[in-house]
Design a protein. Structure first.
Lengths: 169, 187
């Protein structure tokens, strides 16, 4: 790996990965690849919850946007509350990772992309009835045609990356 | 126990469990909950095309691809081992509205009358699957995250830009479901 030199290269790479992404890998640890299987398990649990709570149902999402059901609001609201409480506890008790590393948080800067991109994402969400997570879970349940919106989402990501510098931010 | 698990889970159980993904990923390895970034990593791996946005050390982010593969796997486990094969109970108003557009099959997670391999070449099908997917991918990256990254992780860490993004997600969704989608379905 060419980026093992300490200093500027790693920092620049971190900067680039953090660009337009709330979810980046903050860990400085370098583990063997099979350590990643714990994330596969975490994802599988989340996928099961998505299916069992009907979060992946196109109809549930349509109900949400038509204010016909409290279900999705209850799920997102209680998920955020539990997330907030957990982050508060992690910060208050300076809880470390299972590998003894400090847990870090990055501040997200505001840019216009959160408005324009957010609106575009919302329009897409209303069509597909699924945000990226549920797309993966839907394919798992056997709705193979969802491969099409997923590949299209990859294409959308690529087109954004290609024209990023021309878009207002 | 298994019988209870096979029924649909109520929001007050599922919501907190989804929320626990936030501390779980942080404690497992200082990872921030986010799903749409996986799409960027796929671009960086498969088709970076010298685009600066995709020139980064994706190997460090491989955990995210394991995580999203897990979601796929979880979908499979739930559908084949934890399902009671009951259909989703949908609000009567939505049932009535959709029946106007010929949507009467509520058996799947997607509306089979609109979203299926056979409908891919119809105009509404193309807009919903190809157009919808494109907007989800493009919009999520433009906004810097999707429902998991902004609405759950971002709000959990009290970041106001994430609140802005979440509100915009909802505005876009409301506009699509109430005004634009009905027009598309009459095409």
């Amino acid at each position: 790996m060419q980026n093992n030199k300490p200093g500027t290269t790693i920092e620049a790479d971190h900067e680039l990965r953090a660009m337009d992404a709330i979810c980046i890998n903050e860990s400085q640890n370098r583990h063997k690849w099979y350590y990643n299987f714990k994330y596969l398990v975490a994802g599988a649990i989340l996928g099961i919850i998505f299916v069992k709570a009907e979060v992946i149902s196109w109809f549930r999402i349509q109900e949400m946007f038509r204010l016909q059901s409290f279900h999705m609001y209850g799920i997102i609201g209680s998920a955020v509350l539990v997330g907030m409480l957990s982050v508060g506890l992690i910060k208050a008790f300076k809880i470390k990772t299972v590998h003894g590393e400090n847990i870090t948080f990055t501040k997200k800067k505001f840019n216009k992309g959160q408005v324009y991109g957010g609106l575009l994402f919302g329009l897409g969400w209303g069509l597909t009835g699924a945000c990226p997570g549920p797309l993966f879970a839907q394919i798992g349940t056997g709705a193979t045609v969802v491969i099409v919106p997923l590949l299209s989402a990859v294409a959308g990501t690529w087109v954004y990356g290609r024209f990023r510098t021309q878009l207002p931010h | 126990m298994l019988e209870i698990m096979k029924q649909p889970w109520p929001w007050y159980l599922a919501g907190p469990l989804i929320g626990l993904t936030v501390p779980a990923l942080l404690i497992l390895g200082n990872k921030s909950f986010g799903i749409s970034s996986s799409l960027r990593h796929v671009c960086a791996i498969c088709l970076p095309s010298k685009i600066p946005f995709f020139q980064y050390e994706w190997k460090r982010e491989v955990w995210n691809l394991f995580f999203t593969s897990g979601i796929f796997l979880g979908g499979m486990i739930a559908a084949y081992h934890l399902s009671d094969h009951a259909r989703v109970k949908i609000h009567q108003d939505l049932v009535n509205e959709l029946s106007v557009y010929g949507v009467t099959d509520f058996s799947s997670t997607v509306p089979k009358d609109l979203v299926s391999w056979g409908k891919l070449m119809t105009l509404p099908g193309m807009i919903m699957m190809i157009g919808g997917g494109f907007l989800v991918g493009f919009g999520a990256r433009y906004a810097g995250g999707c429902t998991s990254g902004h609405a759950i992780m971002g709000l959990s860490t009290l970041q106001w830009p994430s609140l802005v993004a979440t509100i915009c997600f909802m505005i876009g969704g409301f506009a699509m479901a109430n005004w634009i989608l009905p027009a598309i379905l009459t095409l």
